[in-house]
Design a protein. Structure first.
Length: 80
């Protein structure tokens, strides 16, 4: 059961505005999607890169030259 007397040319001319609107919205969404992809991948690092390991120098007990001597701890007051 198909519709009687369908005229595709007339339907196209009557629906031209909404069809162009849907096409424009689809294009706008595509542009936003591509922009989002660029935004997400802009600062990405290569997954094969290994960050350099931090080097830890051993602690020394002697102060470096030219640094002031540590202050002596204050003595508690004498009890009477």
């Amino acid at each position: 059961m198909s519709a009687p007397k369908t005229n595709i040319d007339r339907q196209v001319s009557r629906h031209r505005g909404p069809l162009y609107g849907m096409l424009a919205i689809g294009g706008f969404v595509a542009v936003l999607f591509v922009g989002w992809l660029f935004y997400e991948t802009d600062g990405a690092t290569d997954s094969t890169e290994v960050p350099p390991e931090a080097t830890v120098e051993p602690a020394t007990t002697a102060p470096a030259t030219g640094t002031p001597a540590p202050a002596a701890e204050p003595q508690p007051p004498a009890q009477p």
